[in-house]
Design a protein around this ligand. Sequence first.
Ligand code: DQA
Length: 145
Amino acid sequence: DKVLVLHGPNLNLLGSRQPEIYGYETLADVNHALYEKATLNGWEIKALQSNHEGELIDAIQAARLDGTTAIIINPAAYTHTSVAILDALNAFEGKVYEVHISNVHKRESFRHHSYVSLRADGVIAGLGTQGYQASLDALIKAAGT
Ligand code: DQA
């Protein structure tokens, strides 16, 4: 199977951005751990971070055509604003897992609503960067490989 991991705006700053909320692990650390787990299980993995909504949408559209079977996405602030990312995910037929490092429900009320959750097959919030690992574990288990 082939999984696409998408990280939204400001997640390139992971490790130095509000570490009391998002922790000290860098995005490279997160991607590396995912890569290890995926390859160990014979899965192909591609990770992309972008601060640009359109670039994330282009990646989701490309995933419809290149054999990607699942998307793990932390849309970051676009979670709460982007109908366009929701629409792109609705056009993708594989599994979609939504990850938030922080527990968005414990934070400001504008973080309580997620457009992406209208499409997501599963949502993880508040487990820190472990949420990415947990979602990949769940995907691998669900696929029975
Ligand atoms: C986030 C939560 C969002 O509300 C925020 O805008 C982010 C990161 C998280 O991973 O906890 O940038 O998606």
